[in-house]
Design a protein around this ligand. Structure first.
Ligand SMILES: [Zn+2]
Length: 520
């Protein structure tokens, strides 16, 4: 199946319109930087970072832009409360946002334009809209006339007549239509001077409206028609409807080929939002859970569906991730290599070309362990409108195959087997797991080791000493004759070690290739 993406505008899945190798522009609405980021702010970045990773894997050259709104009513209010300036607050909260993105392995964003750096361009756009008859001035600002845009309401599927109901519209008696929105807001007397910019408009100094920021920066950085415009479902109306109206009235061209909207985080039945007061700070969250657990949770649901968030869900995800972490430890013990440091693996297509060159066809077992089937199914899942939950399911399948393979060959402890093709196949399979999981941005670093105190190196050394002693006791016990009274005594000692470690929260696992331990 070739890549299909759901378009909010047409309300159906459509074949992606470009060929691998071509450039793809992607714009996603970013944060208003007035408070530390909460987990709800990370849903879009994690999802669209994954979209970029997958498109890149398919061979597209993606440029990904996320804007920073650094002038806004909320910023003005919050800066006043904190007795600081809007630029100082914005700079601090932008740093917080960047730190959260980094923590969650969101690495694909190429540019973060800040609204205040583009005010001149926004004024030009507003002037052009006025010249074309889409905008008009009143004494407190410049407004967009929604009645001039015949398509207004198409994206959010609303009838302009009904839009007044339920929507938070700007109240102003001077507007021509209730749905008209501000392109430029004249400065109010009590507003700080640092949020006022010179303008050629009748109202004089002021600042741009939120919607025109995105129109201006998206077009400036990525051109008049974007390949993908993304954002949360809550931005569909009025923000995206207004962006679309402004942009298409300005250029006469489609603003975005695909509008993609991600579902929102839900706690119980409520949306997670500052206005609801149920937000979970990222910094607090990362004190309780690994960043991997959080990213995994966000990708475990289809991106267009609401994501159920709760401590219990996070616990469940953390538990299921343990299966991967245990395998990574096993792989390291078998191969001496860290899974997380494996080189960027080759792509399936390249490997198949390589086999073709070598005139060699993989045998069925090799196909299985190389993850050929998994590769195809993984791609099929993502090709079906980025079904990350389905793709994750295929990672579990591959994990099961690899564990089974290692079991079957005794963790490759036999030096002859280690030199043979079985071990090479196993390593290829692990590289496939690395490749596919990195497309989802998962398993980028080992989970922070929980320390028992005294430092990791000392704990590891002492644990290894204990395991070696226990192993010697077991071997002696196994070799002892049945009627030797020491046999039971020695087995009792090995059980005692396991039991006492369990009381400390350390679990031992006896496998054909040796014993491993983990905390928890
Ligand atoms: Zn926007």
């Amino acid at each position: 199946m070739a890549l299909q993406v759901y378009s909010t505008l047409t309300r159906k899945k459509e074949p992606f319109h470009k060929k691998p190798g071509e450039p793809v522009s992607m714009y996603v609405c970013g944060p208003t930087v007035y408070k530390p980021s909460h987990i709800g702010h990370m849903v879009g970045p994690v999802i669209f970072d994954t979209v970029k990773r997958y498109l890149t894997y398919l061979g597209y050259k993606v440029t990904f832009v996320v804007n920073i709104t650094d002038v806004d009513d909320k910023l003005i209010k919050r800066a006043a409360e904190l007795k600081t300036t809007v630029p100082a607050l914005a700079a601090q909260m932008t740093e917080d946002y960047f730190a959260c993105l980094k923590a969650l392995n969101v690495t694909g964003i190429d540019h973060f334009p800040r609204a205040t750096d583009y005010v001149g361009g926004m004024i030009e756009v507003i002037q052009k809209l006025e010249q074309k008859g889409y905008a008009y001035q009143v004494d407190d600002g410049v407004y967009f006339d929604v009645s001039k845009d015949a398509d207004y309401g198409a994206l959010s599927n609303r009838d302009p007549e009904q839009m007044e109901a339920g929507a938070r519209l700007e109240v102003n008696a001077k507007k021509r239509n209730p749905g008209d929105f501000a392109l430029w807001k004249g400065a109010k007397p009590d507003e700080p001077v640092e949020v006022q910019f010179d303008s050629p408009f009748k109202c004089g100094r002021g600042r741009p409206g939120w919607h025109i920021e995105c129109t201006c920066m998206a077009i400036k950085m990525l051109g008049e028609t974007l390949d993908i415009h993304g954002g949360g479902l809550d931005l569909q109306f009025p923000h995206h409807e207004n962006e679309l109206a402004q942009s298409e009235s300005l250029t006469g061209k489609p603003f975005a080929r695909f509008w993609m909207h991600n579902g929102l985080l839900k706690m119980g039945t409520a949306k997670m939002a500052g206005s609801v007061g149920n937000v979970v700070n990222i910094a607090d969250l990362l004190n309780r859970h690994t960043a991997e657990t959080v990213r995994f949770l966000l990708l475990s649901t289809h991106y267009r569906s609401p994501i159920e968030y709760s401590e219990e869900r996070l616990e469940e995800v953390a538990q299921s991730l343990e299966a991967f972490n245990r395998f990574f430890e096993r792989f390291e013990r078998i191969s001496g290599k860290s899974f997380h440091q494996l080189a960027t693996p080759m792509r399936l297509a390249e490997y198949e070309a390589h086999l073709e060159r070598e005139k060699k066809k993989p045998d069925p077992e090799e196909r299985l362990i190389l993850g050929f089937g998994t590769h195809r199914r993984f791609e099929d899942a993502l090709n079906d409108d980025l079904n990350t939950a389905g793709a994750i399911g295929h990672l579990y399948t591959l994990l099961g195959i690899l564990n089974q393979f290692a079991d079957q060959y005794g963790d490759f402890a036999d030096s002859e087997i280690r030199k043979g093709p079985k071990f090479a196949n196993f390593k290829h399979g692990v590289e496939t797991l690395r490749e596919l999981s990195s497309i989802l941005g998962l398993f980028w670093a080992p989970p922070a080791k929980q320390s028992l105190g005294g430092g990791d190196a000392l704990v590891s050394g002492l644990m290894q000493l204990l395991l070696d002693l226990r192993n010697n006791l077991r071997t002696t016990a196994k070799d002892a004759a049945k009627d030797n009274p020491l046999k039971k005594a020695l087995f009792d000692q090995t059980d005692l070690i396991r039991k006492r470690l369990a009381e400390l929260g350390v679990t031992l696992e006896d496998r054909p290739g040796g014993t491993t331990w983990r905390v928890g």
